[in-house]
Design a protein around this ligand. Structure first.
Ligand code: DQA
Length: 155
């Protein structure tokens, strides 16, 4: 089926030490390892990256066109501010699942608005590192449905 681009935004390189009561104690590299294993079972390869820079995330989304089947995206705080990331997702028209370790809707008011949500097919939040895994399952199921629907009937 191809590759899934997994992007994590600012401060997520600090997972494991960053507010563990909020984000859990699992590191980002452990989440990436679990995604790679799960991707193998599902038949997709995983290209997982993290950046603290909005422009770099924009560039990676643009480069996914033609290279990836879909995107799993935790934009960190850029979730709530970035029109550039929203525009990038709209531009490539790749199916994107928004993921969060915490459940932003149950936190401060400023976290309740996601700028990227209107450019996503769905969202998983509140399950720590498992949010990424659940998001991958949902994204791959979506991609499988798309493939089946577009395939000519084999009678
Ligand atoms: C987060 C939620 C955001 O509100 C916050 O700014 C983050 C992490 C999460 O995964 O729970 O950096 O995206």
């Amino acid at each position: 089926m191809g590759a899934v681009l997994v992007l994590s935004g600012p401060n997520l390189q600090l997972l494991g030490v960053r507010e563990p009561e909020m984000y859990g104690s699992e590191t980002l590299s452990s989440i990436h390892d679990r995604l790679t294993d799960r991707g193998r079972a599902l038949g997709v390869s995983i290209d997982a990256r993290q950046s603290n820079h909005e422009g770099e995330l924009v560039t990676w989304i643009g480069s996914a066109l033609g290279a990836c089947a879909g995107i799993l995206f935790n934009p960190g705080a850029y979730t709530h501010t970035s029109i550039a990331l929203y525009d990038a997702l709209r531009a490539v028209r790749l199916p994107c699942v928004e993921v969060h370790l915490s459940h932003p809707d149950a936190r401060e008011g400023f976290r309740r608005r996601s700028r990227i949500a209107p450019a996503c097919i769905g969202r998983v939040s509140g399950f720590g590192g498992d949010s990424y895994l659940l998001g991958l399952d949902g994204l791959v199921a979506f991609l499988n449905r798309q493939t089946t629907q577009h395939e000519p009937s084999r009678g």
